[in-house]
Design a protein around this ligand. Structure first.
Ligand SMILES: [Zn+2]
Length: 223
């Protein structure tokens, strides 16, 4: 009776190639290639979103979120960034927003990427917690006064060196791309876009407002 080798002893393609005689060496079997960016793979992060009808209750700084929608860990147009642990992806419980916010983010980032095919993916930071409510320092420094009812999101400015990390200085920001991102959120009907005072980013004064501690990210708030 044949004894099946345990799966772990099956040689991997490259080990197999080196274990056989040179005369028998063929090109290694093709490795599973990274999925090409087709329409399907671009759409897949959105497909992975579990859409439901959310309710943003109360105020951004004193509110709750019912039936929030989670932003995927990453997509073709964005990565997520954990501002406390300083790594990607952001933890799942920090990236929940209202369906309207998540839809707006996905649409704006899709349009941004289509307009700038060579731009880096945009970093999405914190939205709200599942259920919303307090998102202060007890959830990690620096904490948020708002981000309580699924209408707020932080997005890191794209860097000139295209590295997928928050910029550490305003000189690292790709100002042209960052301004275009701000403009797109204004056009998408954001109530506020808070930008860092040193970034030089501008917009209609009723909407685009300088705010301390926003020199590496913008904060978009929907109505
Ligand atoms: Zn924020």
């Amino acid at each position: 009776m044949a004894v099946l080798a345990p799966a772990t002893s099956i040689p991997r393609p490259f080990e197999q190639a080196s274990a056989i005689k040179p005369a028998e060496v063929h090109d290694p079997p093709p490795r599973p290639a990274a999925a090409p960016l087709t329409r399907e793979t671009i759409a897949s992060p959105v497909d992975k979103i579990r859409w439901r009808h959310s309710r943003a209750l109360g105020l951004p700084w004193r509110g709750r979120l019912v039936a929030g929608v989670r932003v995927p860990a990453a997509g073709a147009r964005f990565f997520t960034w954990d501002p406390v642990q300083r790594r990607s992806p952001n933890r799942a419980w920090r990236r929940v927003g209202s369906d309207r916010l998540v839809r707006t983010l996905m649409r704006v980032l899709d349009e941004f990427a289509a307009a700038h095919p060579r731009a880096p993916r945009i970093g999405i930071g914190d939205l709200s917690r599942p259920g919303g409510g307090d998102f202060g320092v007890r959830y990690g420094l620096p904490g948020h006064a708002s981000h309580q009812n699924g209408l707020d999101a932080d997005l890191y400015y794209p860097r000139l060196d295209r590295w997928e990390r928050p910029p550490r200085a305003v000189a690292q920001i790709d100002r042209t791309l960052a301004q275009d991102l701000v403009d797109r959120f204004v056009r998408a009907g954001a109530r506020y876009v808070f930008v860092g005072p040193s970034t030089g980013l501008t917009g209609p004064p009723a909407v685009v407002q300088p705010l301390a501690h926003h020199d590496n990210h913008l904060h978009v708030r929907l109505r």
